[in-house]
Design a protein around this ligand. Sequence first.
Ligand SMILES: *Cc1c(COP(=O)(O)O)cnc(C)c1O
Length: 382
Amino acid sequence: MTDPNAVPLLLTPGPLTTSETTKRAMLRDWGSRDGRFVEMNVRIRRRLVDLVNGGDRFVAVPIQGSGTFAVEAMLGTMLPPDGKILLAINGAYGHRMARIVEMLGRAAVEYETAEDTPIDAAEVGRRLDADPAITHVAIVHCETTSGVLNPVEAVAVEVARRGRRLLIDAMAAFGALPLDVSEVACDAVAASSNKCLEGVPGLGFMLARREAIEACEGNAHALSLDLYDQWRFMERAGQWRFTPPTHVIAAFDQALTEHAAEGGVAGRGARYRENCRILVDGMRAMGFETLLPDAIQAPIIVTFHMPSDPAFQFQSFYDRLRDRGFVIYPGKLTVADSFRIGCIGQLHAADMHNALAAIAATLAEMGVTHCSPVPVARRATA
Ligand SMILES: *Cc1c(COP(=O)(O)O)cnc(C)c1O
């Protein structure tokens, strides 16, 4: 791809490649108080609740901004000022929740594992037993830092058994991995438009247990992040409190229609699993090694160790791949020198095969012959 204006495919965890039809849904302006727009919001909120099998027990509350706005709003609204939260952390997004809670000035304790190690549900149980003052637990479903899948189902059992409340950052996997709130006991789930639901960025949302959010009046620390107020206003007036991201919402409505047409969570998840399998198999065939064993790898984003070959320079690899039409995801982990490649968004098997071909061609161009992180012992004398 030599044309600088050509559009590359995004092999990133979001924002990600969206469909032509989703992009086209933004080519129209909407009055925020118009009946059709109000209907669209009702439809979207209903669909989001249905995606977690929330029935009438759960409500959807959208909010402007990126996913972090939804997480911050969820924590600020659902955690009472006199509550205490246990934060299960194994990556950047867990640390981000800790920072949010610290800024909120709410009492918190942390349970941290390494970035390549899932949260241990039994350990969460022990921490809760040891500290009866803890009222809430927060966990990230798929930690995008490494791509590790945390056992939210097992953690939910431990939390519910002790009568505590669970808040889930489900951002990275929402819409691709099942999360059924009739089985996973929780008070709230936060996610956003621009990950596995394949909308454009600009919209976050919380799915909250109705009885839980009903008790959250006055908890929030900030007017614009008060999801109780947002929910009540929407129920009453059918409208957003403040200017809604109308074009983003219209695109999201279309993206949700396409998600349903693909077979919902099961269909979308199957395509991503296939993308992930093609990627991992192809990279391993070239000699790359994944950070995570397959059993704890979510089909969202894959972390690969940096090759030991001195001819491999990440920035050059990244730039050359982008010029060939594929944007991957830089960013360092603390546990290993690595880079990441996403498998979500409007990517299909053929795109993954094309990406692998571009990677192979790029490596050849750079003179990289050894992609394993383990150095070749005789390389120096070769
Ligand atoms: C993407 C993501 C978020 C939100 O990040 P933003 O950059 O604010 O959209 C939160 N948690 C997880 C696990 C994520 O993957």
